[in-house]
Design a protein around this ligand. Structure first.
Ligand SMILES: [Zn+2]
Length: 399
């Protein structure tokens, strides 16, 4: 364009006018930016600005970050498709989940896993990893420096050896990716010896532009305290809730520092541990919580600025559902009024809040205090009173 204008000098006045218009437009866009900022992903519901760490907004980023929280029951497996077309897999479910994960990744177009992370050597995180390693080209493998004597762990080590791979020690301060607007940093473990295996969990923060995800494995309160003390920024738009929603993770101080808009709990229906625990759900009030037991696989897509979410399971009670099996939930735009602002609640006489929803049989129900789902906070339907819930055709259930 500049070469052309050099040749045709008669265009200079037009170009000067264009330049003035562009400057004017830039002035306007900075106004627009501040408006967007207040209604955008970096704003919490009370309208206060959150700390941003990305590049100045308005810069056009090329590519999307896609994060898939796979529904693998009471286990973790998270596929991170990076905007540079690389793939990261954080955990690989339990021993039975290997083939499911291989199929899912293949369906998502994955041929190479550039970064494979085993957060810690428990079976519900590395169980399917040997199968994954055998089925894909693997780049770098990251695991914390801790071992167990289980067959599961030995199978993973054997697969790593078979492929001629090395294990990179996952520890705080390690930068997996450090490329301007795209960052993948390891925030934990900070220590080298823990009584509880969960605290060895590799905690990873992935940032694309203005949007951050925090993947915590099964890190518990001790690790959370160490991360807080380390002074590293924990702020993230999306938090993978630690240890399947156990009360031993997601401490109030940690959550306050992360300040997420969205939280995802990887958890199996009817698990033996009562996950997610009621205390954790209570602490997460006000955050948009997704659960793989209720929502199926949860997928976040971001251009580095806006966040869209889709869920694998059809939830007939949720707005925007088509009723078709496997239909994705209507994307929730983070800049819009948060769905939890639209919730109404049943006040059950001071004991807590009751959630109304539609169960898998299509019945309208709400959960009573002894139900494991009692404290669930979901962007579904809530009622101000039990009378209102009954009037809408819901009935109380115990389980
Ligand atoms: Zn676990």
């Amino acid at each position: 364009m500049y070469k052309k204008s050099n040749r045709k000098k008669g265009l200079w006045p037009v170009l000067i006018v264009c330049a003035i218009l562009l400057l004017f437009a830039a002035g306007c866009s900075s106004d627009t930016k501040s408006t967007d900022f207040l209604s955008g992903p970096e704003t919490n519901n009370s309208g206060f600005e959150r700390t941003t760490e990305g590049q100045p907004s308005g810069e056009v980023l090329s590519g999307q970050l896609k994060v898939h929280f796979l529904d693998v029951g009471q286990a973790d497996s998270i596929l991170v498709q990076l905007p540079n077309n690389q793939n990261m897999l954080i955990d690989a479910g339990d021993n039975d989940d290997g083939d499911t994960i291989v199929d899912y990744l293949t369906g998502a177009g994955v041929e190479k896993i550039d970064y494979l992370v085993g957060t810690h050597p428990h079976a519900d995180h590395i169980g399917g990893m040997d199968t994954v390693i055998k089925n894909f080209t693997i780049g770098r493998v990251y695991m914390p420096r801790v071992t167990t004597t289980t067959k599961t762990f030995e199978d993973v080590l054997a697969a790593i050896e078979y492929k001629g791979l090395n294990i990179n020690t996952a520890k705080a301060g390690l930068k997996i990716i450090d490329d301007g607007n795209l960052q993948a940093l390891i925030l934990a473990p900070l220590g080298t010896e823990y009584e509880e295996m969960n605290n060895y969990s590799a905690v990873i923060k992935v940032t694309w532009g203005e949007v951050s995800f925090l993947f915590t494995g099964d890190a518990e309160e001790q690790s959370e305290r160490e991360m807080l003390a380390s002074g590293v920024s924990l702020q993230a738009n999306v938090l993978k809730v630690g240890h399947h929603g156990s009360h031993s993770s997601t401490s109030a101080a940690f959550l306050q520092s992360v300040e997420p808009q969205y939280a995802v709990i990887c958890v199996g229906a009817g698990n033996d541990y009562g996950h997610p625990h009621r205390e954790t759900m209570a602490r997460l009030q006000g955050v948009n919580v997704f659960r793989t037991d209720l929502d199926g696989t949860v997928v976040f897509v971001t251009d580095g600025r806006e966040i869209n979410v889709t869920t694998g399971k059809n939830k007939p009670g949720a707005p925007g559902q088509t009723g078709e099996p496997g239909a994705a939930a209507e994307p929730i735009k983070s800049g819009a009024v948060a769905p939890n602002n639209e919730r109404v609640y049943v006040d059950d006489g001071g004991r807590g809040l009751i959630k109304g929803n539609i169960n898998s049989k299509g019945e309208k129900i709400y959960h009573m205090p002894d139900s494991p789902y009692y404290d669930s906070v979901k962007p579904e339907r809530w009622f101000k009173t039990e009378k209102e819930a009954l009037a809408a055709g819901f009935r109380p259930v115990k389980g």
